[in-house]
Write a protein that binds this ligand. Sequence first.
Ligand code: C2E
Length: 957
Amino acid sequence: MAEPTIQNRPPRPVPLAALLTLLLGLAVAIGLFLILRDLEYKAQDTDFRQQASIRALRLEHGLAEAVNAVEIANQLFVVNETVSREQFRLFTQPLLKNYPYIQAFNFHRIVTDSERSAFEAEMRKQFAGFMLTELAGGKPVPARIKKRYIVVDFLEPMRGNEAAFGLDVSFHAHLVATMQHAAETGLPAASDLLRLAQGEADARIGFQVVVPVYRKGAALDDAGARRAAWIGDTAVIFSAKKLIEKAFGSDGLLEEGSPDVSVYAAAAAVESQLAFRKGLPPASGPQGGALLRWLSPRQISPVTHDFLVAGKPWHMMLSPAAPTAIVGQYGSFYVLIGGVLFSFLAAAYIHALVTREQRVQRLVQERTREAHLANRLLREDIAARERLEKDLQLRKRAIEASPNAIIITSAEAPDYPIEYVNPAFLHMTGYTEMEILGRSMRLLMGNDSKQPGIAEFKSATIEQRLGHAVMRSYRKDGTMFWNDLYTSPVRDADGRVTHFVAAQYDITEMKRYEAELEIRANQDTVTGLANRNLLRDRLSQALAFAARYMHPVWVVHLDLDRFKFINDTLGLSAGDQLLKQVAERLQACVRATDTVARLAADEFVLVLPERSDESSAIHTVQRIMDAAAKPYTIEGHEFFMTVSAGMAVYPTDGEDAETLMKHADVAMYRAKETGRNNYQFYTPAMNERALERLRLEGDLRLALEHRQFELHYQPQVDLCTGKIHGMEALIRWQHPAYGMVAPARFIGLAEETGLIVPLGAWVVRTACMQAKSWQDAGLGELRVAVNLSARQFTQKDLVKSIANVLRECGLAPHCLELELTESMLMDDVERAIGILRDLAGLGVQISVDDFGTGYSSLAYLKRLPIDVLKIDQSFVRDISIDPDDAAIVATIVSLAHSLRLQVIAEGVETAEQLEFLRDHGCDAMQGYYFSKPVPADQFEAMLRQGKCLAGSANIAG
Ligand SMILES: Nc1nc2c(ncn2[C@@H]2O[C@@H]3COP(=O)(O)O[C@H]4[C@@H](O)[C@H](n5cnc6c(=O)[nH]c(N)nc65)O[C@@H]4COP(=O)(O)O[C@H]3[C@H]2O)c(=O)[nH]1
C-alpha cells in the first residue's frame, strides 16, 4: 500500500492533550486575570475612596471657611449701631485680601417705599445723582415704585461693581427667598449659583451667602420676630471656581491623574448647578460587545459626597481619572496575555510532544510492518533459494548424468577458458578435469585448425549467438572423433554474456556410416572413382561456381580404345584390374579440384574447372593420353592401351551438365572416328586451334635450334630528360611458314611445354650481349629489361644462370632489369621474396610488369626488393577519358614514389597520355608514341640519332 506523502497526508486532529492543555492554561490565565484584576480593582477603589474623602473634607472645610468670612463681615453690623462706609471698607479690605475667591462684600439694606426718598436724598449727599435702580434689559434703570426695596447699599470693592451700587435686588426672586430664609432662621443662607457680572471669564459662576442683620435690640425669638427685626443683610459673593480651587489647591489635589471632580450647588448632580468640574463627568461604564466589556478594566464607581453650605445642600461627585483605571490594571492584562501565550505555547509543546510520539508510534508500526514484510520475503527467498538449490542440484546431477558431453566456458576472449566439463566429456576425450579446466576449446582441435566448423564456432562465439558445427576433434591420445558441437551464450541478469555452454556429441560412428553410404552412393565400386551420381553433383557445383566467376569448365569424355577386346580375352577380373590402373593414372594427372568419374565399363569423364584457356585443358588431356598410353602389366602380361577423348567447354558448348556431357560424348566419338588415340573439341574452331597449337609446338621445339628467334627493342624514355635510358627486349619468332609470330601466340605454349626455360635463357643472354655491345659502341649505359616467365622464375638455378650470363657478357648487373608479373610474385609471396632477394643481391634491377592488373598486397609490396613499377597499358590506354583509370594511374605513381620506386608507364600512344603522366610525376614511358619495338639495328640507329621525347625539360630548356 502506498504511503501517503507529506503533501497528500490528511491533516491530523489536534491531540486531546494539547487541547486540554490549552483550555486549562486559558482557564488558569483567565482565573488569574480575574483574581488579579479584582485585587487591582480593590486597591484602586480603596485608594480612590481615600482621595475622594480627602477632597470632600477639603471642600467642606474651604466652603465653611468662606461662610465664616461672611459671618465675620456680619459681625461688623452686629457689633456697631451704625456702620460707616469707611468702616465697611476697612473691615472687608483684609478679608478680600485673605479670601481671593470673594468677588464682593455687600450690605443689602431694606428700604420701604416711604423711606425711599429720604434714603436717596441722604445718599445723594455722598453720591451725586444717586437713585435706586433696577435692571431692565440687563441695564440699570431707576427703580419702579415698590413697597419694599432691597438695595445694595455697601459694596466692596467698589471698582468694577459700580453697576450694582444702589441696585434693588428684590427683582431676584431666588435671592430674595434666600435672604428671607436667612432672616427667618437667623442663620447664613446660600443662594443657587449665579452668573456673576465681574471677574475673569471662567470664574463668573458664583453664589452668594447672606447673613441677616436685625435692628438693634429687637427680640429675635422666632421667625416672625426675626422677620420683623430684619433690616438687611450682609452678603458675600463667591467665585465658585476660585473658592473650590482654593479648597483643593494645596497638596496637588487637582494635579494631572488625580480623580475627576464635579461639584454641584444642589442636592444632586444638576448640570445647571455645576459649580466646578475637573476632568470628565463620571462615565456610565465600558461600551462595546460583551467580550470587550469583560476585558475592559473594571470601572471604579464614583464617590458622592453631600454637605451643606450655609444651609444649602451641595453635592460632590468624584470619579477616577480615565487612564488611571487602565494603568492600574495592566498587571492583570499582562498576566492574561502572558497566560494565554503560555497556554498556547504549552499546548503547542504538548502538541509537538504528542505528534512526535504519534509519529514515532507510526514509524514503529511501519517498521514493524516492513520487518514483517521483510521476514516474509526472506522466508520466501529462503524457500526460493532452497527450491533453486534443489533445481540446481537436479540440473547438476542431470548434467553429470548426461551421456553427451557438456562444457561451460568463460566468455573471456580470446581463450574462452573452460570452467566446467561433465563426466561424459572426460569419458569422450580421455582428459582429466585437471588437464582440461582453464584450457581453451582449441585443445580439442589439435593441428586441424583449418576446418570450416572452427570458423563457424568462432564467429558464433564472437557474435554471441547460437552456434552449430560439425568438427573433427581429437582425444587426449590424438585419435580423431567427429564432434557435433552446439554452443549457446549464457547471459547474466543484465543480459551480459558471461559464459558459453556447449554440448558435444560424438558422431564418429554416424559419420563413418554416412561416409560408407556416400561412398556406396557416389563411388564406382571397381575403381573407387566418382560414379555418375557424384559426377553430376560435382559438375553442377563447378558450373554454378563458373557461372558466378565467369570461368570456363572443361568436360572431357574418355573412352578406352579396344578395352572390350581385353576384357573378352582375359576375363572380367583382368578387365577390372586394368580399369583400376587406368583410374589411378587418370587421378595422378589431374588436380585435387578436378573430378575423375567412371560412367560405364570403359568410359570416363573428367571435369576440369580451373583451366583458364584451352591450351591448359589440352595440356591436361595430353598428359592423360600420354599416361594412359604407357604399358600395363596384368597377371604377368604387358598390355598397351590408348584413349580417345572428346572435350566440351562451358559456356561455349553448353550451359548445363547434360548438354556438356552430351557434347563431350559427341566429340569423343569424333575422336574415335578420326582414328582413336586423339582428342577432339566439340567446337570445330577449337579443333583447328588445337591442331595449330600442335603444329606450333612441334615447330617451337625446332625454332631455337634453327635460330628463328630474334629480339626487338622498345625504347624506355626518361620523362624528365626526354632521353632514352633503356629498352625492353621483346622476343619475335620468324616462322618459316607463318612469318613473324607474336609472343602472345607462343610464350604460353613454350611455358607449358617447358621450352620457355632454354628460350628464356637465350633471351637474357642475347639482350645482355646486345646491351653490352651498345655500351662498348659508346651509345650509353643503357638498361635492358627482360621478361621472365613463371616457370623461369621458379627455376632452381635462376640466380646462378643470370649471374653466369652477366659475367660472360661483362654487363654491369644494374644494366639488367628483370620484369616479373604481379601474379608470379603473389602466387607464393614468401618464396618470391626469397628469390627476389637473391636476385637483388646480384645487383640486377627488378620491375613489376603489368602493375595494377593483379592483386598486389601493399604489405608485401613493401617487403619485396623491387626497383620499378610498370603501369599496365590497359590503364594508360584510357587515362585521358576514364577518370577511374586516371585516378588509378595517379595513385600508382604516388604509391610507387612513397615506396621509393621508379614508375614507368607502358603502352603510351598519345600526347595526352604523355602529358597526364608527366603532370603526375611518372618517371619514364614506353610506347608507340615514341617508338614501337624495333630490331636491334633500327634501335641502334635511333640511339645514334639521339632521338629524344619532345616537350621534356632538357628540350624545353
Ligand atoms: N598496343 C600497344 N602495345 C605496345 C605499345 N608499346 C609496347 N607495346 C607492346 O606491349 C608489350 C609489352 O610487353 P610486355 O607487357 O612485357 O608483354 C609481353 C611479354 O609478356 C611477352 N614477351 C615478349 N617477349 C618475351 C620474352 O622474351 N620472354 C618472355 N617470357 N615473355 C615475353 O609477350 C608480351 C607481348 O609482347 P609484345 O607482343 O612484344 O608486346 C609488347 C609491346 O610490343 C603501345 O604503345 N601500344
